[in-house]
Design a binder for this molecule. Structure first.
Ligand SMILES: [Zn+2]
Ligand SMILES: [Zn+2]
Length: 106
């Protein structure tokens, strides 16, 4: 997934956490490259409970990765078109599994 703001492509992940920021914008899962994250305010949706922008957009739901709050996605945005732009939770599971494997390397 390219950066939603400038369209830059994510390079191969280096070891450790990716500097790219994942978030939700207009009920759509987006990626923000480090440049855009640092150079201008990216307008990401934030959690109503804790204000964190670490949100995951699932089918019809937006979940906060900081406090776990789940809200229904607004029905206005994206109504009438499939929610194909929302990455399912699978990517997160793969990422978590990868992280576990990497951490096991002596
Ligand atoms: Zn960018
Ligand atoms: Zn939250």
């Amino acid at each position: 997934m390219p950066c939603f703001s400038c369209g830059a492509r994510q390079t191969d992940p280096v070891r450790g956490a990716s500097p790219w920021t994942r978030g939700v914008r207009d009920e759509t899962q987006v990626l923000v490259c480090p440049d855009c994250r640092h150079t201008h305010d990216v307008d990401l949706d934030t959690c109503a409970s804790c204000g964190s922008a670490a949100l995951i957009c699932r089918l019809g739901e937006v979940e906060c990765r900081s406090c776990g709050a789940v809200r229904l996605a607004r029905s206005g945005a994206g109504a009438g078109r499939p929610v194909a732009s929302c990455a399912p939770g699978l990517a997160d599971e793969v990422e978590a599994a990868l992280a576990r494997v990497l951490r096991r390397v002596p």
